[in-house]
Design a protein around this ligand. Structure first.
Ligand code: UDX
Ligand code: UDX
Length: 453
């Protein structure tokens, strides 16, 4: 099928590339020239493991094209994905201005029957709103007033750093629409994934056995939109919950790793997303939880659980600052090393990264900070200019009074900590992601502090 994906960010790019890989003709559109230029040279503008080889392969086969020409993409595409950003406004509401701008353009250029798919996370009821915006634009801007279209919601559940695997081997596919035709077309589009019948590179392990059917949830638009918000909010709740339990563990002397293991073995709870640490960041959880809370408030409700998980998460990152103050007493003038800037490993995304609020707070207390991240090389615009970006972990840690692990990158596991011990002023480590063995570090002569242990 011919597909147009508008908005080639973390979600749009992965969606477009994977749809090309399963055999569709995909045109990816973005309004940032430099991004499209990079992609036309086979370079991915985002760090996503395993993506670049699929970009190269499908560009070579002609299945995947990149352009800034939205008109061209809309005219060619039978199915048009909208996956532009929907960032949070200061009051928590989702900013739909980009979605609106694109919907107006789609209405202007739509030339025959299309299916318009919301991939961007949009507030509940926005699917109908997109339909209205497109219809108004056809009325106002399009020469062909009779052109037909249907709207569908197809929320994404991609985790950054594993987005390619999550696309090919999803737990489920959700399709929401009031149009039978739109639903049929979407089922046809995803057929190779639903049936797990697509070809897969022999040297890369499949995450699901060939032929295993993927569950599809077909619903109305609003329920599909709610599934996305409810899923992300539940995952964020699980993390804030285990962080609150970890904080209690610290007081009573329990080990959160054992507690998480013990409760995770209950099949009703499950072991995933029970890693206590400095909390959740990224472009989705903070935005989606705030947006769902905002929607509840719009209807006169008080979303007590959602408000609590936001508060727990905000305070969790500041607990690290408190631990630093308790350890160093005087923070002013002290040198602190921070390993990890990205909001989680295997991504270059620093949006709402806990590491950044922690570093900015410590800078405000007068600390000198040296930070290192294996992938994030450019200073995020949200990070204080006073933070020094180091070229590697050892450079960041040298002469430090204290080390903070903020992101659990694999490469931090294999550092030579016996050597590191002799380069630090004081051997204090705050393991913000509980990635290390406490006893091992204590045997090396470190004062080790984790979260909830
Ligand atoms: C986006 C939404 O923010 C998120 O809510 C949804 O769940 C998935 O899609 P993400 O891919 O991370 O997430 O967004 P972002 O990385 O900001 O990429 C959006 C892309 O759209 C950017 O490349 C931007 O240049 C592009 N864009 C934005 C357009 O092409 N046209 C516009 O008018 C606005
Ligand atoms: C999330 C959802 O998982 C995904 O389904 C949705 O489509 C987009 O949002 P993502 O934000 O990429 O994906 O990352 P995720 O792996 O979910 O982690 C989110 C945050 O929670 C990160 O900051 C991570 O460090 C934190 N986290 C995750 C924990 O603190 N503890 C955990 O056990 C798991």
């Amino acid at each position: 099928m011919k597909v147009c994906v508008i908005g080639v960010g973390y979600v749009g790019l992965v969606t477009g590339v994977c749809l090309a890989e399963i055999g569709h003709d995909v045109i990816c559109v973005d309004n940032i020239e430099s991004k499209i230029e990079k992609l036309n040279n086979g370079i991915s503008p985002i760090y996503e493991p395993g993506l670049e080889k699929f970009i190269e392969k499908n560009m070579k086969s002609g299945k995947l094209n990149f352009t800034t020409n939205l008109k061209y993409g809309v005219e060619k595409g039978e199915i048009i994905f909208i996956s532009v950003g929907t960032p949070s406004l200061s009051n928590g509401q989702a900013d739909l201005s980009y979605v609106e701008a694109v919907a107006v353009e789609v209405g202007k250029y739509i030339n025959d029957e299309k299916i318009i798919v919301n991939k961007s996370t949009v507030p509940i009821g926005s699917g109908d709103w997109v339909s209205m915006v497109v219809s108004e634009s056809i009325e106002k801007n399009n020469l062909n007033k009779d052109v037909k279209f249907n709207v569908a919601s197809n929320p994404e559940f991609l985790r950054e750093g594993s987005a390619v695997g999550d696309t090919f081997f999803p737990d489920r596919i959700v399709i929401g629409s009031s149009s039978k035709k739109a639903i049929e077309k979407m089922l046809e589009l995803y057929k190779p994934i639903i049936e797990q019948s697509f070809g897969w590179p022999p040297d890369v392990p499949r995450l699901l056995p060939k032929g295993q059917k993927i569950p599809v949830v077909v619903s109305d638009l609003t329920s599909a939109e709610m599934i996305k918000y409810a899923a992300n909010s539940f995952l964020a709740t699980k993390i804030s919950y285990i962080n609150e339990v970890a904080n209690i563990c610290e007081k009573v002397g329990a080990d959160i790793l054992k507690v998480a293991e013990g409760i995770g073995l209950d099949s009703r709870i499950g072991p995933k997303f029970l890693n206590a640490g400095i909390g959740w960041g990224g472009s989705c959880f903070p935005k989606d939880v705030s947006a769902l809370a905002y929607i509840a408030n719009e209807y006169g409700m008080t979303p007590q659980i959602l408000n609590s998980i936001i508060n727990v998460n905000r305070e969790q990152r500041l607990k690290i600052v408190k631990k630093v103050q308790d350890e160093l007493k005087i923070v002013k003038g002290k040198t602190i090393a921070v390993l990890g800037i990205a909001f989680k490993p295997d991504t270059d995304d620093t949006r709402e990264a806990p590491s950044i609020s922690i570093m900015n707070s410590l800078i405000n207390l007068g600390a000198k900070i040296k930070a290192y991240d294996p992938i994030v090389k450019e200073r995020p615009h949200t990070l204080s200019e006073k933070v020094t970006l180091s070229k590697d972990s050892y450079d960041a840690i040298k002469d430090a009074d204290l080390l903070i692990i903020a992101t659990e990158w694999d490469e931090f596991r294999t550092l030579d900590y016996a050597k590191i011990k002799n380069t630090m002023n004081h051997n204090i480590i705050i393991d913000g992601r509980n990635m290390f063995n406490k006893e091992k570090f204590e045997d090396l002569g470190f004062k080790y502090m984790g979260i909830g242990r």
